[in-house]
Design a protein around this ligand. Structure first.
Ligand code: 2AM
Ligand code: CA
Length: 286
């Protein structure tokens, strides 16, 4: 018999510093589902499509903030000693060794316009290492989740629960690669130059609008790769674990982990050539 990962024994009780990952996963799924329902059902019908998110002022909707509060309240009610890092300002050190990294609404512009590609992203870090990731995509009826070392799964309205594996790697010139562009026009212009150099070397590119959804689509075998500059920890924390647990490789500039400078994720055979091209083309700078 294999020893359980976190044995519960009277002499060695499960301490809050070593929480059972399945408990964290269940809590993350509950919080993401609640927030997703709030965002889906509470989206005002007259949400101004003209209110695009533009630098320097982000359009921070009340829904965004309400969703983050719902998530942190749901988690705190069960685990009051955990820390938080959230896009809408949640920030707490915590004392348990667990920190939740939260993007309550990833794909804000899609949400404003009524496009379906937006998500709720929640990751749990244990002493800085992501151990659980959940991404809910309410308008697709999909919930993606992963536990470190235990694989990635998706639950779909039509498909039921299935284990995820990324696609077999094609040659780079057959790779479908998603990316994103910055809210700042000058930054976007440079990103467009990088993309223009890349497009003839790939099958094609996609621009979905939610980093978390892109990483889940890579995990699900719907993309061969994804890259973007300018992401924050909450955009990628959950999706990065989901992609890696589905067999994808993730990183930043060569030899570096994903960072705001550059996030690259791809099937194993696509990753290195894509990362090298992106580094050569200056995808890591503005
Ligand atoms: P958001 O919708 O929560 O803002 C779009 O390309 C992806 O990048 C989205 O996941 C978006 O998250 C994220 N993103 C975060 N900060 C960004 C920025 N300054 N410019 C562009 N995209 C950003
Ligand atoms: Ca985001």
């Amino acid at each position: 018999m294999t020893a359980p990962r976190h044995p519960a024994h009277p002499d060695h009780p499960v301490h809050s510093d070593h929480p059972v990952h399945s408990d964290l996963l269940a809590l993350a799924r509950q919080a993401a589902t609640r927030a997703g329902t709030l965002l889906r059902d509470g989206r005002p019908a007259d949400l101004a499509v003209a209110a695009t998110k533009s630098s320097p002022i982000d359009v921070v909707t009340e829904m965004d903030i309400a969703a983050e509060k719902l998530i942190t309240d749901t988690i705190s009610a069960v685990r009051p000693d955990d820390g938080f890092l959230g896009e809408e300002g949640a920030s707490a050190e915590g004392t348990s060794g667990i920190r939740w990294v939260i993007d309550p609404l990833d794909g804000t512009v899609n949400y404003l316009y009524g496009l379906p590609t937006w998500s709720v992203s929640i990751a749990a870090e244990h002493h800085g290492e992501t151990v659980v990731g959940v991404v809910a995509i309410p308008m697709r009826g999909e919930l993606f989740h992963a536990v470190r070392g235990e694989g990635a799964h998706a639950t779909g309205a039509w498909t039921g629960e299935r284990r995820l594996t990324c696609r077999p790697s094609p040659p780079l010139d057959q790779a479908l690669v998603s990316t994103g562009f910055n809210y700042v026009a000058e930054v976007r212009a440079h990103q467009a130059e990088v993309a223009a150099r890349l497009i003839p070397l790939l099958r094609d590119i996609r621009r979905g609008g939610s980093a978390a959804v892109d990483l889940c689509d890579l995990a699900a075998g719907r993309l061969d790769g994804y890259y973007e500059r300018g992401l924050n920890p909450w955009d990628v924390a959950a999706g990065d674990l989901i992609a890696r647990e589905a067999g994808a490789h993730t990183g930043g500039r060569p030899g570096e982990p994903p960072s705001p400078a550059l996030t690259v994720a791809a099937t194993p055979g696509v990753f290195q050539p894509l990362q090298t091209l992106l580094d050569d083309f200056g995808a890591w700078r503005d």
